[in-house]
Design a protein around this ligand. Sequence first.
Ligand code: PMV
Length: 305
Amino acid sequence: MEKAKVSAPGKIILSGEHSVVYGQPAIVTALDKRLFVEIKEGRGKTEIITDEDPNLAYYALLKTEEFLKEKLPVLRIKIQSEIPVNRGLGSSAALAVTMVTALLNYLKKELDKNLINQIAFEIEKKQHGKPSGCDNSIATFGGTIEFRRGKIKSLKIKPNFGFVLIDSGRAVESTGEMVALVRRKFNYLKTKKVIKKIGKATVQLIKELKKDDFNKLKLKTLIAENEKLLEELGVIGKKAQKIIREIEDISGTAKICGAGGIKSGSGIILGFHQNQEKLKSLLRKRNIAFFKAKIHQKGVRVEKD
Ligand code: PMV
């Protein structure tokens, strides 16, 4: 029986979330947590098996049909994911990219990454309103990218520069809602200034990361500055701010790495410390979940089985 199995990575934004929506650059890197889609021939009507809300996956079918200008056959689609949802790790983009690629693969069409990225961007628009396109781009191309106004530049960075990913909890707001919140404030001069400053910090971080032997202290300063500016934008809730202050109190640095959230959790926090054990011990003491992750991973790919 015909079968297609495809996976795409989640991501973290090292710098530039929200400001990237307004044309500033962002640094985005692919994680070693992936989402898998398996497609087989279906019976009766198309069925999507998933632990999460299947709406976006059904929308992906419609959008792909629209682009291909042909009706899809009846399918049985299984979605499995290692990427936690609503935590700024790009799970919806990974779903969009994986669905499109799996469908093209099942239909034995050419896997043109630019086309895949284009269709996935249209799908992301349903989820996020006016997304920048950075999430679908990293899920498609992988590695680490500098993303600005739809342009993607590949960045070669050291695969591991010692951080942990800390869970401040699932955001109850969607990315679209958080982006809309910032947009409502965008007419204020203060907001425009904050966006520009995030852009400046991101440009400096890009310069730093391009160096063979980048300065960890500089990296820390820029990450801390990015966090302070995101707090000024008002996208980070009290719970995440408290965790970040505690990390700073032990001379560490942390920032959220996605759209954020204010009513409850703000998603994943990127945490650094010269002495990682010190940071881990604080998180354990406070009962805060964290995990280590690899970055600079492969983009969408066809799985052998
Ligand atoms: O969906 P998230 O939480 O990974 O955030 C995406 C990054 C934003 O800059 C907030 C939105 C965008 O479209 O770039």
